[in-house]
Design a protein around this ligand. Sequence first.
Ligand SMILES: C[S@@+](CC[C@H](N)C(=O)[O-])C[C@H]1O[C@@H](n2cnc3c(N)ncnc32)[C@H](O)[C@@H]1O
Length: 205
Amino acid sequence: MFEGTGVDAQRARYERPELAWMFFRNFLRHPATVASIVPSSRFLTRCLADIARRDRPRTVVELGPGTGCTTRALLDILPREGRLLAIDVEEEFVVNLRNEPDERLLVQHGRADCLNEALLAHRLAHPDLIVSGIPFSTMPAQEGRRILQQVWTSLAPGGRFLAYQVRGHVARYAREWMGTPQVRMEVRNVPPMRIYCWRKPAGAA
Ligand SMILES: C[S@@+](CC[C@H](N)C(=O)[O-])C[C@H]1O[C@@H](n2cnc3c(N)ncnc32)[C@H](O)[C@@H]1O
C-alpha cells in the first residue's frame, strides 16, 4: 500500500537500525520503563492507525512515543491542521523526536501523569484520540490510575483511548471510569500485543 511513496520513505526513517539501537540501549538502562527490546512492528503501528483513522482525529495525544514509529503512523492519518502531543519520560527519545520536521508534532519531556499540565502548556483542546504504549504493568498502581483518570477526563466526548499492552493491568485500573474495553490482538509484534480500546460516550462531561 505504501510502496514507493513518500509515506513509505518517511516510515522507513523510523525503522532505521540506529533507532532500533537507541531503543535497545534505553531498554538496557530502564527495562521497566521502556518495556520492549525493539520498537513496535509495522503491523502493530498500522493496526493502531487503522483503528484511529476511523474517527478522523484532529487533536491526538501519544503517551510513550519512544523512537517514533507509532508517532509517524499517527501523523500519517492526521490532517494538515491537526496536532499530536507526544509525552515521553526518556530524554533521549524526546531529543530525537524534537528533531522531527513536522510542525504538527509537539514533544513534551515528562511522565504521563503530567498530561493535564502538558495539554494546558501547549494550549490544546480536549484530544479526540489518546494512544498509549506506556507499560501500566510495571508502574505503581496509583500512578497508573492517576494517568488513566487524566486520560478519561481530558478526552473529548466521543473520543477514543487506545492502549497497546502485553498485560491486562490497564483494563483493571481503567474499569472504574471507562468500563470494559474492546480487545484486539496483534501477534505480528515482539512481543505479541493486545490493543485495548475504549470510547468515551458522546454525552459525557
Ligand atoms: C513499549 S515502549 C513504546 C514505544 C513506541 N511507542 C513503540 O511502540 O515502539 C514504552 C514507551 O513509554 C515510555 N514511558 C514509560 N513509562 C512512561 C511514563 N510514566 N510516562 C511517559 N512515558 C513513559 C518509555 O520511555 C517508552 O518510550
